[in-house]
Design a protein around this ligand. Structure first.
Ligand code: MG
Length: 375
């Protein structure tokens, strides 16, 4: 039995190494919401809510008002069972999105700590090192993009993803392909910025030898993805569309994509992530683990998940130094010169230690949700 008696919320502001531009905005630092969970037996776990910007405030509220009252002090048999206590949206997903996922994933970490197991092993992970890809924001010019991509390949990244948007797409990507040759492992991510009216652009991208085109259309627009996948040879990858195992099943049945990006914070945590992983494995669809500019805490959860056998494509699991002046975990996440990251399985839990003193120093807001207040 597992029981969470206390959840502390810590908001920190973590400076980014460089500004990150994508179709949804420009970021210089990042508000990060960390959770510290304490079980009835005294086990402790840090987890991260991957909400960003203003949705951090919404997640904070939902944790206090809708999640903690249902979860605190309630016993559940295994970490996946915590979902039974969570409020449901009409579509069946747990209410609270990334906030609910952060509690669910924290429960898995508590279980790992209590059983003395590495989190990756508890999830069923068998892989000991994972290939690392990188995601590049929009750049000022094709030349700047070529330089960035070249630099990433020199560092060893096994796949380089370029953000695109209408007006900053084919010319830039073609410049990279021509400069770096046909073998360079390139992908693009549109974050849903296109419609079927952009078919000529998407057809032009299809000629550029990309490993995949990620989420060209809006998340809820499965139909357009299915049409496009029939029109082009490049595999489509769904990201924003994949919000639950049910949606993943629908997308695969419609032929929307040949690759799936699983973000545990988006799908509601590890239980649904495992379900999507297993579904894709049955369909012969490879998966990879995307990132949401996590700190090293969120990264630990993604690395553990990416140790599962169907995570065969490089994930957006850049080392700490790519994003953060200094991470909040010890050791920081690192990648070797061939683009591999080790999965820490030698010690229980996350495999890294969260620097609680540094979290306290960086904190701009803190709240304790404890069992006594909710009984
Ligand atoms: Mg994406």
């Amino acid at each position: 039995m597992l029981q969470i008696d206390r959840i502390e919320l810590h908001e920190i502001v973590l400076p980014l190494v460089e500004t990150f531009r994508m179709s949804s905005g420009t970021f210089r630092d990042r508000r990060v919401l960390l959770l510290h969970l304490v079980s009835s037996e005294g086990a402790e776990a840090w987890s991260e809510c991957v909400a960003s910007g203003l949705s951090i405030d919404a997640s904070w509220r939902v944790l206090g008002e809708r999640i903690a009252p249902r979860v605190l002090g309630r016993p559940f048999s295994d970490p996946g069972g915590i979902e039974a206590w969570l409020e449901r949206e009409p579509d069946g997903r747990a209410a609270g999105g990334p906030a609910a996922a952060a509690v669910e994933m924290g429960a898995w970490e508590l279980a790992a700590e209590l059983s003395g197991t590495a989190l990756a092993t508890l999830l069923g992970g068998t892989v000991r090192r994972i290939p690392v890809g990188v995601s590049l924001g929009l750049q000022e010019s094709p030349e700047a993009l070529v330089d960035k991509v070249r630099g990433c390949l020199v560092q060893g990244y096994r796949r380089v993803k370029m953000k695109i948007q209408p007006g900053a797409d084919v010319t830039n990507v073609r410049a990279v392909r021509e400069a770096l040759g046909p073998e360079a492992p390139l992908t693009v991510d549109a974050n849903g910025a296109y419609t079927l009216d952009d078919l000529p652009t998407l057809r032009a991208l299809d000629e550029l030898g990309l490993l995949m085109i990620e989420q060209p259309f809006a998340g809820d627009d499965l139909a357009s993805h299915a049409i496009l996948q029939r029109e082009i040879a490049t595999p489509l990858c769904l990201d924003e569309s994949i919000v639950s195992p049910e949606r993943a099943e629908e997308a695969l049945a419609l032929g929307c994509a040949r690759i799936i990006n699983i973000k545990p914070g988006r799908v509601g945590g590890f239980r649904p992530s495992l379900a999507i992983h297993n579904l894709c494995l049955r369909h012969g669809v490879p998966v990879w683990c995307g990132g949401l500019l996590e700190s090293g805490v969120g990264r630990a959860y993604n690395v553990a998940l990416a140790a599962l056998p169907n995570f065969t494509l490089p994930g957006d699991l850049s080392p700490s130094r790519r994003y953060w002046e200094r991470d909040v975990v010890d050791p920081e996440w690192t990648m070797d010169s061939a683009g591999w990251m080790d999965v820490p399985v030698e010690r229980p839990g996350l495999g890294v230690t969260v620097d609680a003193e540094r979290v306290a120093r960086l904190a701009v807001r803190r709240e304790v949700l404890a069992v006594s207040r909710h009984r």
